[in-house]
Every structure is written in C-alpha cells, then in structure tokens.
Design a binder for this molecule. Structure first.
Ligand code: OOG
Ligand code: NI
Length: 267
C-alpha cells in the first residue's frame, strides 16, 4: 500500500486519464480559467461485496494514507452499498467506495462474478497498485452484454475493474465559477454531453450538495471475442453548501448518487 496520499492520487489520476481523454479537455477548460490547479471534491471506486475484494479491502488503501470512514449509503434498486471517507486535509479528495451486493443478483450473474473474483491473486489486493490495477480477468463481449441487461454496474466492473471511475471538480474552489449552472453551460458550450438522468443538476442547496457529470467517454476494450467501444469513465462537478452550524457539508446524497452511477450508461 502507498504511504503518500499525493502519490496515490497521482497514480489514480494518470490511470483515469488513460481511458478518459475528455477529462484532459475538461480539466483544461476549467483549470485554464484560473491560476491555481483544480481541486478535486472526490473520486469514486467500485467493487463486489466478496470477502476477498469488498469495499473494506479498497478502503484499507485510503486508511493507510490517513483517511477515516465518515458515512454509509444504501441503493436498494441497484443492489449497491457504499461508504465515504475523508482526510484531515480538506483539500484532499473525499473517497466514495461502493460494492455490488452479489448475493441479491441472479445465479447467472453470481457465477460470472465469482469466476472473475477467483482470478484475482490474493496478494494483488494489498499491492501498491491495486486501486488502479484494472481487470484481473478477461470476459467476452457476450458476457459483458449479458451483465449489462441485469446490472450496468457489474458490466462496467467486468470491463474496467479497479480504477477511479470518476474524478470530481470542486466548484467551491473554482475562481471563475460560482454556480453549477455556469459550469454546466461552459461544458455544453465546449461540446460536452451531460448526464441528464434525474435532471442535469442532482441535489439542491437544501440538501447542501449540487452535482452534475459528463457522460462517460467511449473507449476500446479488448474482450476475449474482439475489441469493442464501451463507456469508460466520466467527470463530475460538485458544489457544497454550509450546514446551519456554518461548517461545509462533506457528505453525499444517496438520491443524487443513485443518478450519478448512470453516467457510465451507454449514450
Ligand atoms: C459513484 C456514484 C456516486 C456521487 O458523487 O454521488 C457518486 C459511481 O458511479 O461509482 O459518485
Ligand atoms: Ni461522485
């Protein structure tokens, strides 16, 4: 495991960029409007609730660099469970880790996922590079499509595995944008497509968090039966509000997160 938080995020960022070419452009679009670098609100990772690779196994890598568990979230319909983690330095990205509750899925899905997970080397899970190690298996495009019918999340995992599935620009730290509407407009003017599931803006000042996201890029994946372009990763934007006590809200909003997951749906 890493012992340097910045090194870990550099690796996650480079790995994310390698399959998310639009992120470079988004970063330039928002980053070029100010002198300081863009601050990330959070990143998100996905996994399966298997003992071997459950969300706690991913969390251990963040705990090793100073992160603490702060909240939990349930997604009944998508059969997901998630927790979020924070660092004592508020400029370090928060971390959102979810896991698919495999036993709630069909026998067929369980068999496919069990086979994928069985191919992961036990030692790989604690290795420095696990959080950006991608897949430890190869599925066919046919299997990918079968998973897609039942769980977009499982299908995405089968193709992309362990990596940040998005980075999130903190609008609070942007010098030249104060509203999420202005950020969305700049993105659309530059030709980016936004995730409109649940509306372009998820959340509100009342729930202390507003979020929007691009639709995932489509990138080639080599499956066992050929190469296909499928959704990879996306970019998110978050604006946080102060709680009545004057402290900024640092949690997530389950109803909004439920829609953000859909940013990796095919266009
Ligand atoms: C995570 C979706 C939730 C948020 O900010 O609410 C999320 C995912 O797509 O894996 O990132
Ligand atoms: Ni997010």
């Amino acid at each position: 495991m890493h012992n340097n938080v910045d090194q870990l995020f550099d690796e996650l960022w480079n790995n994310y960029l390698s399959v998310t070419p639009s992120a470079v452009k988004v970063h330039e679009l928002l980053g070029s409007t100010q002198q300081d670098d863009v601050i990330n609100d959070h990143i998100a990772l996905r996994t399966f609730n298997h003992e071997k690779v459950g969300l706690e196994k991913l969390a251990a890598h963040f705990k090793a660099v100073g992160y603490k568990e702060c909240g939990e979230y349930h997604f009944e319909a998508k059969k997901l469970y998630a927790k979020h983690y924070e660092h004592s330095d508020p400029t370090k990205p928060k971390v959102f880790i979810s896991e698919l509750l495999v036993e709630k899925c069909s026998e067929e899905l369980q068999a496919i996922v069990n086979d994928m997970v069985s191919q992961i080397d036990e030692n790989a899970v604690t290795a420095d590079n696990f959080l950006y190690s991608g897949t430890h298996w190869q599925v066919s495009h046919e299997t990918y499509q079968q998973l897609l019918k039942e769980s977009e999340y499982a299908a995405w995992m089968s193709a992309w595995g362990y990596r940040a599935n998005h980075f999130t620009v903190s609008i609070n730290y942007l010098a030249n944008f104060t509203t999420i509407e202005a950020v969305n407009q700049a993105l659309k003017d530059a030709g980016f497509e936004l995730n409109t599931s649940g509306g372009e803006i998820k959340g509100s000042p009342e729930v202390l968090l507003e979020q929007s996201s691009t639709l995932a890029d489509h990138q080639p994946v080599v499956f066992s039966d050929g190469e296909f372009n499928i959704p990879s990763c996306f970019y998110e934007f978050a604006l946080r509000y102060n709680k009545p006590d004057g402290e900024i809200y640092t949690g997530f909003v389950a109803a909004s997160a439920d829609k953000i997951f859909e940013s990796t749906n095919a266009r």
